[in-house]
Ligand binder design. Structure first.
Ligand code: BDR
Ligand code: CA
Length: 314
């Protein structure tokens, strides 16, 4: 299996993403690093540990990273979507982890995994990009040890936290700009334009709930999250943004990608945190850096893949 680290801010879809990583034999989850985002760093770290415990994985190191953005304060959390505790008010119903939290900072754990791994490591950042920006700033010599960053973030056609910005990028645009634009590590960006199209329906959730303890545990977190999407999208579907990104980290090519230049808006006006993707044929005034952006997938096959792996649990 290929080495993988998930950098996360659980978060309900983050919980699904972690369970997917645990349930997939193609990857070896070497560590989970946490970042502020949907809720506070303290809460995201506790949530990551409890989700791993639900999946029977008390052995995966969990290390806490940044508790705030690099430059400007995060305007607000995402408790309206994920609940006050980040897991739909259900975090205390999940099993208590056996192991201790790793005493090292996230950046040091990421660096250590990169140094020790026998092959380049896939990193899946599914929260604000603060830890990853710090990693690249502190340990530039380790960049060749990164196979790919599979990042959940951005929206080329729409935003979700503002009209034009997606939550992870908007939470720390300066960090996102460093990772997506200024550095030269390979990036696959999985934006909300695609994750929304991969939404799952009530039948899918019923099948997951009936699949076993991990599926039932994950489903038990989703009531407020589901209600939020029902209201936002006008249909009873649920969007598993971070799990869609993990699918690509686990099975490269499961998402169809297009290479394009992207730039991140770091100004303080109404477009702060927007990812601008340049899909024009001509190159006049092209800005930013060329990365891979996920634009399409076999949607039914992807949903079946997610269900099969989540149902497998550990
Ligand atoms: C992203 O924002 C968070 O609320 C989710 O966990 C996901 O990572 C979607 O915009
Ligand atoms: Ca997330």
């Amino acid at each position: 299996p290929r080495p993988l680290v998930v950098d996360t801010d659980p978060g309900i879809d983050d919980a699904f993403a972690l369970a997917l990583a645990v349930g997939s034999p193609e990857v070896d989850l070497r560590a989970v690093t946490t970042v502020f985002g949907n809720v506070s760093l303290e809460a995201t770290t506790g949530n990551a540990r409890r989700v791993l415990a639900l999946c029977g994985r008390h052995d995966v190191p969990v290390a806490a990273g940044a508790d705030r953005p690099l430059v400007r304060p995060q305007p607000h959390r995402s408790t309206h979507v994920h609940g006050d505790d980040g897991l739909g008010g259900q975090s205390r119903s999940l099993p208590v982890p056996h192991n201790e939290i790793d005493p090292r900072r996230a950046v040091e754990v990421l660096a250590d995994v990169l140094r020790r791994a026998e092959e380049p490591v896939t990193i899946a950042p599914i929260g604000p990009l603060t830890n990853i920006a710090l990693l690249l700033a502190c340990h530039p010599e380790l960049k060749p040890r990164i196979d790919r960053l599979v990042v959940m973030g951005g929206g080329l056609e729409t935003g979700n936290i503002t009209a034009v910005a997606e939550f992870n990028i908007w939470s720390d645009p300066e960090a996102a700009r460093r990772v997506l634009v200024e550095e030269d590590v390979p990036v696959v960006l999985v934006p909300v334009d695609l994750t929304h199209r991969c939404a799952v329906d009530p039948e899918w959730l019923d099948a997951l709930a009936a699949s076993g303890p991990v599926g039932a545990g994950l489903t038990s977190l989703t009531a407020p999250y589901r209600a939020n999407y029902r209201q936002a999208l006008g249909r009873d579907v649920m969007v598993l943004h971070d799990a869609v990104a993990l699918a690509e980290a686990i099975q490269p090519g499961i998402l169809r990608c297009q290479r394009m230049s992207v730039e991140v808006e770091c100004g303080t006006g109404p477009t702060r945190g927007m990812v601008v993707g340049d899909r024009r044929r001509q190159s006049v005034n092209r800005v930013g850096r060329e990365i891979e952006v996920a634009v399409d997938a076999d949607l039914d096959a992807l949903r079946a893949f997610l269900l099969e792996r989540l149902a497998r649990g550990r």
